[in-house]
Design a protein around this ligand. Structure first.
Ligand SMILES: Nc1ncnc2c1ncn2[C@@H]1O[C@H](COP(=O)(O)OP(=O)(O)OP(=O)(O)O)[C@@H](O)[C@H]1O
Ligand SMILES: [Mg+2]
Length: 448
């Protein structure tokens, strides 16, 4: 999949953004420049969150966090959030994300049996709250950790009574869900008639706002939009430094980045933010921070290459060269150090280290920040499916010597050529690795 064009009329610092990433350009690497605070990270995160999270309900919390303060101007019923032109194989697909308020819903052809005041996006928020309450009560029942509640020696509530009371609460929730269902179905049917796919609903200043998505292309129905969003969710990746403010985290998490921990004497903080970021990663499989360098992942890559060579030997009588290629690539990453594998007595790889030209052993924990970052990106890209992904990379050059910055474009293409790369950067050296037409800018224009 390719991102061909992104338009964002207004979102936080972004104003009238309209950037094309031409699919015919070779290579598919597009540096994205701007001043500090120009909106590069905001744009990459908006693209990632809308395309990676829309099709998956468990990721909708990240969309709600991202849009938290984004309202609809007074007197209006909707606001266009972003429009994407994607290329999936030979097919060009336009996805338009729009924010709508209750006035938008009330001008649809909703069945008059429903009271107009009840026709609100709020019903979706209530529905979600009821469903999550139901899930947590069901979990409680499943765990069955109840014991009799005593007052002195007297039993005031038996374990059975507690379980019964929870079952009773679940029944009450089910009733409420049932009551809301006809209106929810009627609103959804009307949105489908408008070819609008309801993604999620969030609250902004106490008002419910719906995020809708539709495809302006011919014959695109809601199910086609859903299919495209599901496909896009697997194809879009984001990587950035762990120190970044991630707009898709909730407010408490974002604020924790700026709070010192209790110890007054030391400059220790971030613990809470890191924990929240890690929690988020569990639901965002296509998100990586550069600080991750997993030895297990390198070992798995090497084992996979070895297995491929063995398969080639079994199939053709001649061993392949996958192992050799991966070792050569890894050796190039750390320049003057060569990778060494550690085996157990059964020839199973149990770890890796490096050796300098002078024969000094270097362990992963001895490597420099830049070396580790480069290894981390390499291993991550090797693990992605080799299938035309859209890879958004923020602050890619930080920590790299200008010589390495100059080679970033070539390295990325060499490591995985089928991907499209969009690189938020301040690096002139990086941009020298590509033609000026590849370089995209957010205003105010830097080149001029
Ligand atoms: N609601 C808002 N309206 C307008 N501007 C906002 C809003 N919220 C944040 N900003 C501005 O957006 C900017 C943050 O943008 P972003 O982090 O995307 O920039 P960047 O191009 O990635 O910068 P850098 O190169 O420093 O990383 C800040 O300058 C901030 O003041
Ligand atoms: Mg930034």
């Amino acid at each position: 999949m390719r991102l061909m064009r992104v338009q964002v009329p207004e979102f936080r610092v972004l104003k009238n953004v309209d950037i094309s990433f031409e699919p015919e350009y070779v290579p598919q690497v597009f540096p994205l420049g701007s001043l500090n605070g120009g909106g590069k990270s905001t744009l990459l995160q908006l693209i990632f969150v809308l395309l990676h999270c829309s099709a998956h309900q468990e990721r909708h919390q990240f969309i709600s966090n991202m849009l938290e303060h984004i309202g609809i101007p007074e007197g209006e019923i909707s606001k266009r959030l972003a429009k994407f032109e994607l290329l999936d194989g030979d097919e060009k697909i336009e996805l338009e994300f729009t924010l709508c308020n209750d006035a938008y819903l009330r001008q649809l052809d909703i069945d008059p049996i429903f009271n107009k005041d009840m026709v609100s996006f709020d019903i979706f928020i209530k529905e979600n709250e009821l469903l999550s309450e139901r899930t947590s009560l069901k979990d409680k029942l499943k765990q069955r950790f109840f014991s009799d509640i005593l007052h002195g020696n007297e039993v005031v509530l038996t374990a059975e009574e507690q379980a019964e009371s929870i079952e009773h609460d679940i029944e009450a929730i089910d009733k409420k869900i049932k009551i809301n269902q006809p209106l929810i179905s009627n609103i959804s049917e009307n949105l489908i008639l408008k070819k609008q796919c309801h993604i999620t609903t969030y609250a902004c200043n106490g008002r419910a706002i719906g995020l809708l998505c539709h495809s302006s292309g011919l014959r695109k129905l809601v199910n086609d939009v859903k299919d495209t969003l599901t496909a896009a969710s697997k194809k879009v990746f984001l990587t950035a430094p762990a120190t970044q403010v991630y707009l898709f985290l909730n407010n408490t998490a974002k604020k924790s980045l700026f709070k010192k921990l209790n110890d007054k004497k030391s400059w220790s903080w971030r613990g809470a933010y890191d924990a929240k970021l890690n929690e988020a990663k569990k639901n965002l499989p296509n998100f990586l921070t550069y600080d991750i360098f997993a030895i297990d992942a390198v070992v798995a890559l090497i084992e996979e290459a070895r297995n491929q060579d063995f398969k080639a030997l079994a199939d053709t009588g001649t061993s392949g060269n996958s192992y050799q290629i991966i070792i050569e690539e890894l050796n190039l990453l750390t320049l003057d150090k060569k990778i060494r594998l550690q085996f157990d007595e059964n020839a199973t790889i149990i770890g890796i280290n490096f050796q300098t030209n002078d024969g000094i052993d270097i362990y992963p924990e001895d490597l420099s920040h830049g070396e580790l970052k480069r290894l981390s990106i390499y291993v991550w890209l090797k693990f992605l499916s080799k299938d035309e992904n859209i890879v958004l990379m923020d602050e890619i050059e930080s920590g790299f010597h200008p010589d390495w910055q100059r080679h970033i474009v070539d390295d990325l293409v060499e490591w995985e050529a089928s991907n499209q790369y969009i690189l938020a950067t301040h690096s002139y050296e990086l941009c020298r690795g590509i033609t000026p037409a590849h370089v995209k800018e957010l205003p105010p224009n830097l080149l001029s």
